[in-house]
Write a protein that binds this ligand. Structure first.
Ligand code: GLU
Length: 330
């Protein structure tokens, strides 16, 4: 029998820490009320998978998370991973923005130790809640040696996803998490099984370290439609260093918004064309002449994760080519 791994479970809130009035309340309940110790007490058998230590870092819905929250989570995880008696970290998290926190950690942690972000779609108090099993699975994944060196993971509904690809794709169903190229593997009865590895660079192979990141530059997102007024674009661009423009289809830009976006680019705002479709790539110099207009494209990344990536990239460079390479590499 090999020694059990030492896993720290960090609580930050969300539905996994929620409580409803009755068991029928699968969707209407209070979020972020149970402490991480209380949640762990619902899965006593998890102590067979790992030596567990719990700490409460935050207690709030993930819809509230801003750059400061991301930095605080990252810094705490990093300092835990640096300890010899910590083999991995699990973070309980609201599902709304789980993919953004996970991607931020995936790009900034400098460790091969497993980090798993987990949430649930139903609170522990509800009928057929996914909270206990998701957390049990997350601990199993973090404790298993096969989870080392593949970046930050999101575990939900029996599946293991890479932080880069996973997206919350349903507002209410248990089967809410999807990766466009498929999950990395799944967990069954406390054992992870992997079938693929992330291809894009992460953790040890990125230029960003959570340990040296200071204040993060402001990058905002504009969701486009034909009736969107140039004033709205100009108002957002006025306060941002980067702007993710979520265009229609292949990142299309309505005629009346081309000049405001070109103006923003001339003033040094990094304009990135993304897509409302949620899938597929935005082809550079495809729907719009990006080279001529001084714009960037997201490649295949969804807008909220493109915001994270551009935010990090802008901590090191303003060079257009280097910024475009970031979208092709991570
Ligand atoms: N407010 C919750 C959140 O933190 C709701 C979603 C959930 O955790 O499932 O994102």
């Amino acid at each position: 029998m090999t020694e059990k791994a030492n896993i720290v479970v960090i609580g930050t809130g969300g539905t996994i820490a929620g409580q409803g009035k009755a068991v029928i309340n699968t969707s209407a309940y209070l979020c972020s009320v149970l402490g991480i110790d209380e949640i762990l007490r619902t899965i006593p058998h998890a102590s067979e998978l790992a030596n567990l230590r719990a700490e409460q870092l935050l207690q709030t819905g993930s819809e509230n998370f801003n750059n400061e929250h991301l930095l605080a989570i990252g810094r705490r995880v990093s300092s835990l991973l640096a300890q010899d008696d910590v083999d991995g970290v699990v973070i309980t998290h609201g599902t709304d923005t789980i993919e953004e926190t996970a991607y931020f950690l995936h790009l900034t942690l400098k460790s091969a130790k497993p980090v798993v972000v987990v949430g649930s779609m139903r609170p522990p108090s509800a009928m057929s809640s996914d909270a206990a099993l998701n957390l049990y699975d997350a601990i199993a994944v973090a404790a298993h040696p096969s989870s080392r060196g593949i970046g930050t993971l999101v575990v939900a509904n029996d599946e293991i996803h890479t932080a880069r690809d996973v997206v919350k794709s349903n507002s209410i169903k248990l089967e809410a998490f999807r990766s466009p190229y498929g999950a990395l593997g799944h967990v069954i009865e406390g054992r992870p099984r992997y079938y693929r590895r992330p291809w894009r660079a992460h953790t040890l192979d990125t230029p960003w370290s959570i340990d040296t990141l200071g204040a993060l530059p402001k990058v905002d997102i504009v969701y486009a439609y034909g009736a969107l007024s140039p004033d709205a674009v100009e108002a957002i661009a006025a306060h941002a260093r980067g702007l993710i423009y979520v265009g229609t289809g292949n990142g299309n830009v309505a005629e009346h918004l081309i000049e405001p976006l070109r103006d923003a680019a001339r003033r040094g705002v990094h304009v990135v064309r993304a897509s409302r479709t949620g899938n597929g790539i935005v082809l550079r110099n495809g729907a719009q002449p990006d080279d001529a207009y001084g714009w960037l494209t997201v490649e295949d990344q969804i807008p909220p994760k493109a915001r994270i990536l551009l935010t990090l990239a802008l901590t090191q460079t303003d060079d257009m080519q280097a910024l475009q390479v970031a979208f092709e590499r991570y």
